[in-house]
Design a protein around this ligand. Structure first.
Ligand code: ATR
Length: 279
């Protein structure tokens, strides 16, 4: 029988997960289908029950349901529990188990571009769900410093406090981070600022950016945000959010199908859909 997968979110129509996963099913000869479902907040509980009743093998969860889904699941992976958000659900014989592959997806994509995180001084911009996933996973890698800045500093503070791994860290406001930007080897942008259609916005002034630093923005639409463009002009190495997107999907695919998929193929498929070039 055909295995069924999906992604739920609101909005969901621009999700690239269906074409990425359906391409992989074809490549690996898996009799399965992946579909995007528009689920509003008030219907989340019914949607989860529906997936279970219909025997879906698994599904992804995106904004705004990543946190709200937790009490609706039967089991939670410890990292997803610490992060407080789920983006991947596996149906294990009727038992829905939640995972978070966002942080690990980000780190996998990052480690394709830079070697070793120990010694590195890192700044994370933003303190939402994505920042929390990335912060905890980065902390596990043991960087020399893991600062986080946010418009609302209390939220950044909470992430530092809740982090289950020991790391030297500070919570800063945006101005404080801007003033000492030259100390960071790696800057990770996790807010929606700069995402289409508001592409002329940037979350931070990079006047003091160190040349030779590495700037990663989790946005992939556009492929080059204003922040990345400015950082590239200042001699930084840059990375957009495509690597994180593809790797979080690859980790979900492996959990569902037991196969480590071809990352390049996934990236090409998404790029084709985005109609542009990666940086
Ligand atoms: P997600 O869970 O998808 O990561 P989120 O929870 O909406 O997204 O978090 C978005 C992040 O972007 C937060 O850090 C948010 O800052 P606040 O915590 O102060 O709200 C930040 N953000 C969103 N819009 C912003 C804006 N206009 N200016 C500054 N920061 C913004």
């Amino acid at each position: 029988m055909k295995k069924l997968f999906g992604v739920i979110g609101d909005p969901i129509e621009h999700s690239m997960s269906p074409s990425m996963h359906n391409e992989l099913f074809q490549v690996y000869g898996i009799n399965a289908n992946y579909h995007a479902f528009h689920v509003k907040k008030e219907n989340l509980s019914d949607a989860v029950k529906g997936f279970k009743a219909l025997g879906f093998a698994g599904f992804n969860v995106t904004v705004p349901h990543k946190e709200a889904i937790i009490p609706l699941l039967d089991e939670l992976d410890p990292l997803a529990k610490a992060i407080g958000a789920v983006n991947t659900v596996v149906n294990e014989n009727g038992n829905l188990k939640g995972f978070n592959t966002d942080g690990s997806g980000f780190v996998k994509g990052l480690l394709e571009r830079i070697s070793m995180l120990s010694e590195k001084k890192v700044l994370i911009i933003g303190a939402g769900g994505a920042a929390r996933a990335i912060y905890f996973t980065m902390a596990k890698e043991g960087p020399g410093l893991l600062d986080i800045c946010n418009r609302t500093v209390t939220k950044a503070n909470l992430i530092v406090k809740d982090c289950p791994y020991q790391v030297t860290a500070r919570a800063l406001n945006i101005e404080e981070a801007e003033h000492q930007l030259e100390i960071y080897d790696l800057i990770i942008q996790t807010t929606p600022i700069g995402m289409a259609p508001d592409i002329e916005r940037s979350p931070i002034s990079i006047h003091k950016l160190k040349s030779g630093s590495f700037v990663s923005d989790i946005i992939y639409n556009p492929l080059e945000t204003k922040l990345l463009r400015e950082a590239g002009n200042k001699g930084a190495e840059i990375q957009n959010g495509l690597d994180m997107f593809v790797h979080q999907g690859a980790l979900a695919f492996k959990k569902w199908n037991g196969i480590v998929p071809d990352i390049k193929r996934m990236k090409d498929k998404v790029l084709k859909q985005l109609g542009g070039l990666s940086c």
